[in-house]
Design a protein around this ligand. Sequence first.
Ligand SMILES: *Cc1c(COP(=O)(O)O)cnc(C)c1O
Length: 371
Amino acid sequence: MQSFNPPIRTLMGPGPSDVHPRILSAMARPTIGHLDPAFVGMMDEVKSLLQYAFQTQNQMTMPVSAPGSAGMETCFANLVEPGDKVIVCINGVFGMRMKENVERTGGVCVEVHDAWGTAVSPEKVEAALQANPDAKIVAFVHAETSTGACSDVKAICDIAHQHNCLTIVDAVTSLGGVELRVDDWGVDAIYSGTQKCLSCTPGLSPVSFNERALEKVRNRKTKVQSWFLDLNLVMGYWGQGVKRAYHHTAPINALYALHESLVMLKEEGLENSWARHAAMHEKLKAGLEEMGIKFVVDEAVRLPQLNSVWIPEGVDDAAVRSELLNTYNLEIGAGLGDFAGKVWRIGLMGFSAKESNVLFCLSALRKVLGK
Ligand SMILES: *Cc1c(COP(=O)(O)O)cnc(C)c1O
């Protein structure tokens, strides 16, 4: 056995995205204790930087010590009580995972389906709420990474609130890449990930809960089934004002990385980051269309950071992706679920959303497809 030295790749898939060298070097700084006053000071900065990224004043804004899927579980495990009816919008893989979460927390799932590649239909959500007046929660994905479709968070949250429901929003791929305003849009609970448009290493999941959502957590009749994800306990470590107590050993160096990535987001400015993702998408789109490659998602609801395109007829999906990887060290994403073998997903997330990557990806694809 020898040390592991990974190849140097360019990551243009659905995540992880390229990690900026500043973030990687932050991770290599000395490990200190999880209750060291210097570390606790950094935790407070991470919380306030996350409030900026989410555009929220929510006190309960912090990173869960595990990847995006754990942020998803944190929302469902804390907010869904056995018997609670939850409207789950499904327009791709991650909506299906939400349904799994509802069922595993003892909730009753009402599915609202939209075709893969389209946005969640607010009209269908309205109809489902009228048919299910006892529903307590509406859950949906802002940026469906399996398809590249963006849904209207504000419209769906408004409808949910008219029916006295809380909202759970998946912002794993949207945070930092497209406009997202947790407070203005009335999101009650939201989770994200570090390895997509924040360009950080995988393994942390920022979450944010407003007072309405926390009230439901505090008034639960049953204990949160997961000890590790129970916010009432986690807040003993991440909480404001109170003396911090040990809950679990925080992933210290991973949090240095998140801190650095959020400092970089603040330096660039959130709006500028959204604009950069949009501009890089336009450049990539122009080049792909020149090659005759067509997009899956309608322009009006297309995500700039996740470009789903139809694989041209007669082209061997796996052969192209493996040549891109082996010859050019370039990773693009395969299709998931219904889209496997039919679609490529080209990511322009975070540090990967830059012109040199766009040009590189276009010329490598042209070369490989030209064979
Ligand atoms: C990537 C992703 C997740 C899961 O995040 P992990 O960090 O892989 O656990 C959840 N939802 C969406 C929309 C995603 O893109």
